[in-house]
Write a protein that binds this ligand. Structure first.
Ligand code: RVP
Length: 501
């Protein structure tokens, strides 16, 4: 006879946290959110930790090199999406590892033979008004000039005018030489009243641009997640098909950790992949695996050698796996069971295997719930897709700005490897949707608020660290009626009144 679980499958919104005594030291400023990413022995330190317990999802519409840079600068980690060519993915990882705070690789470039029309088009597309003019129009070609909005007057100029006729030519530019420090570059910016300082190599080839505004923001990131060589930390998604080529390319690019990306990770494919990575790299390359939703899945992947386990099937905001295949489990029930399995394994072996709760975070407090239920960090897609730094288009729909957000199992992403059950190399049917999410501005501004809320909630729980919270938290199920009571009720909201009048 089939097995029946005695408890229904539950999700985050069905729980609340009951406060504990908040001592006087329970202040958000005293909360330390450091958390392990990879397994470690009792009494030792994990080789990779996060400064804040959040990761961005392994998705085309979420985690590219720009997202990875922005999130690592705030203390979290991105897993660069794997549903792209090995070369492109390795290049994205390389860009993150090469990133030097304040030194940016120019993303708006044209050649002197392009026209004003091209300038206008690129400005609209990237939103950047400083355009580097290189001989071949690439970000690293020989620098021949710069165009900013001060160089042309749209009302007067012909759109067909060539760039070399109106750009500020190289001979009139102030520039820095490769090797210059950020402080020196900043001094030049101030001395010459510049907005942007190009940095060139000995052959006059463009290497970086330094912007005035970036220097200011650099000082605001005390939580930056750096490796031993002071480079930003970055992860990458892999699959169980081409890992023998993909993993070496990612390792070569400097990736810090990889994660097998699959909607259902309880499979022999994953076990083979983990074993190959562990054998090939003598355990040096760290690999996460998943997704699983129960004790058996956890033990299976841990026995194969996984460094962390990702939890969740069907809870993602864009995910329709449960509708399409009837497979999945409520995110809270999954995290609770897998965390218990992790603790049981720790007792048995003295090895702590971190778990990541993936998908289904709707409100900021859900992050605290996931941690309280035993997750070591959480992975979010929808949340990060809303920000400037996500790779998708920002457009206006019905008078509001939105960003595109699509699932890896949608026809748009066609990430068949994520849903692979052996057989044909194709996506047989969709398990995700193509959607919009409300545009929310800069990652840092939003994440700072979220983290502040997380810390405040932890203070209510009397917890000053993630492990403290996992030990002390008290959780209660809520009835449908008390969920209603949780929002504003029995009052007339002023916004509503105004908008209906
Ligand atoms: P959310 O944060 O709720 O948007 O969920 C993101 C998660 O959803 C991803 O990390 C991944 O596990 C899952 N996902 C991604 N694509 C799809 C799909 O197309 N079904 N699901």
């Amino acid at each position: 006879m089939a097995y029946f679980y005695s408890e229904p499958s539950r999700t985050f919104s069905e729980y609340l946290l009951v406060p504990n005594l908040s001592t006087k030291e329970c202040m958000p400023g005293n909360v330390d959110l450091k958390t392990p990413v990879v397994k470690f022995k009792a009494g030792e330190k994990p080789s990779l930790q996060l400064n804040i317990p959040v990761a961005s999802a392994i998705m085309q519409s979420v985690s590219d090199n720009n997202m990875a840079i922005a999130l690592a600068r705030c203390g979290g980690i991105s897993f660069v999406y794997g549903s792209q060519t090995i070369g492109n993915q390795a290049e994205m990882v390389r860009k993150v590892k090469k990133y030097k705070a304040g030194f940016v690789i120019s993303d708006s470039n044209l050649s002197p033979d392009n026209t004003l029309r091209d300038v206008v088009e690129i400005k609209e597309r990237t939103g950047h008004s400083t355009i580097a003019i290189t001989e071949d129009g690439t970000p690293t070609g020989k620098l021949v000039g710069i165009v900013t909005s001060r160089d042309y007057r749209l009302s007067r100029a012909s759109m067909d005018q060539k760039i070399h006729e109106f750009m500020t030519p190289f001979s009139q530019l102030i520039y820095g030489q490769e090797g210059i420090t950020l402080k020196e570059a900043n001094d030049m910016i101030w001395e010459h009243k510049l907005n942007c300082l190009p940095i060139i190599d000995s052959e006059q080839k463009l290497v970086y641009l330094v912007f005035r505004k970036d220097y200011d923001s650099h000082k605001e990131n005390p939580n930056e997640l750096l490796d031993q060589n002071k480079r930003l930390v970055v992860g990458a998604g892999i699959n169980t098909r081409d890992y023998k080529e993909r993993v070496p390319a990612l390792v070569d690019a400097g990736v810090d950790v990889v994660c097998i990306d699959s909607s259902d990770g309880y499979s022999e494919w994953q076990s083979d992949t983990i074993r190959w990575i562990k054998e090939t790299y003598n355990g040096e390359v760290k690999v996460g695996a998943g997704n699983v939703v129960d004790r058996e899945g956890f033990r299976y992947l841990v026995n194969a050698g996984a460094d962390f386990i990702k939890v969740g099937i069907g809870g993602g905001s864009i995910c329709i796996t449960r509708e399409q295949k009837g497979i999945g489990r409520g995110q809270a029930s999954s995290v609770i069971e897998v965390s218990a399995a992790r603790d049981e394994y720790f007792k048995e072996t003295g090895i702590y295997v971190p778990i990541c709760s993936d998908g289904g975070i709707v409100h900021d407090y859900h992050i605290v719930l996931a941690l309280a239920m035993g997750a070591d960090f959480v992975m979010l897609g929808r949340y990060f897709a809303r920000f400037d730094e996500s790779p998708t288009r920002k457009i206006k729909v019905g008078g509001n700005f939105v960003k595109e957000y699509w699932g890896e199992g949608s026809n748009r992403a066609r990430n068949w490897q994520r849903y692979d059950m052996g057989g044909d190399s194709k996506l047989g049917f969709e398990e995700g949707v193509d959607s919009y999410v409300p545009y929310a501005g800069k990652l840092k501004d939003n994440l700072d608020t979220t983290i502040h809320k997380v810390k405040s909630t932890m203070c209510n729980c009397g917890a000053l660290s993630v492990s403290d919270l996992q030990q002390k938290a008290r959780l209660t199920l809520v009835s449908a009626t008390s969920i209603k009571e949780g929002g504003a009720h029995d009052v007339i909201l002023k916004d509503k009144e105004l908008s209906s009048s």
